[in-house]
Design a protein around this ligand. Sequence first.
Ligand SMILES: C[S@@+](CC[C@H](N)C(=O)[O-])C[C@H]1O[C@@H](n2cnc3c(N)ncnc32)[C@H](O)[C@@H]1O
Length: 292
Amino acid sequence: MEHKEQVSDLKSDIERLTVGELVRATAAGLDADGVLTARIDAELLVAHVLGLSRSDLVVERHRELSRAEQERVAELAARRAAREPLQYIVGEWGFRRLTLTVDERALIPRPETETVVARCLALLRDLDAPLVLDVGTGSGAIALAIADEHAGARVTGVDVSEDALSLARENAARTGLVVDFHRHDMLAGLPGDPWDLVVSNPPYVRPEEATGLAPEVVDWEPHVALFGGGHTETLVRAAADALTPGGALVLESYDERARAVAELLAQEGFTEIVVTRDIAGRDRVVEGRRPT
Ligand SMILES: C[S@@+](CC[C@H](N)C(=O)[O-])C[C@H]1O[C@@H](n2cnc3c(N)ncnc32)[C@H](O)[C@@H]1O
């Protein structure tokens, strides 16, 4: 009897939680489970379940939630506590001007990769209808953002993963953008036309660096998207032949590695080599032009 009363008290407590209280309780739970971004993740999960924006949560903070809504948040928070990436749980994520579907078929597009797109657009500025190749397109993020922001660009995206390609095609349909996605292994060279621009965010984590990766990354994102051996080097060599004279190669890399990639471009005869920092101030994007 006493137990029943406790259960019924608990139920009525659950029913009385407001948006603000649920955000706080969810954040405390995630924090206790070691999620570093507990508060922001709690806000995004509650907002997702309620169909609100994060900023709406403040306005709605006194709204009482239904039991079903609370249970749904608890379900999603348990997935997050198991370190599933927030982006996979909510199922979509912003990249440049686009909202893309994201799931375990491909890498989650990162904010630093937006800098890659910015460099591509700058290099394409004077071309009306450039031919662009995105190698290792994943969710299609880079290819679709270029198609979105350069009206005349004719963009192809290739990947070795059929899973990634199916997601990229869904994102093309979702955004209404035209990109030709097809399967190609970059280790076999580069396909097709002489390109005005080749861009890639290739897999560049060395297998021995796996221990340094967050569980969200190493336990959830496709390993074919993360771990590379010689992809960057192969790409640089293949791009030297696949580009039109004066065509540009744009590669994502990371901190310490970026300078070595720039040197590789110089060895292969690229000119106008530039290393650009990402929004966090780290060397991230390496570009160069094939001599005319
Ligand atoms: C770091 S992810 C980048 C995904 C996407 N471009 C982005 O920036 O979000 C690398 C991509 O390269 C693909 N990939 C790995 N090995 C490949 C290969 N040999 N040939 C073509 N694509 C490959 C992976 O499937 C993955 O989609």
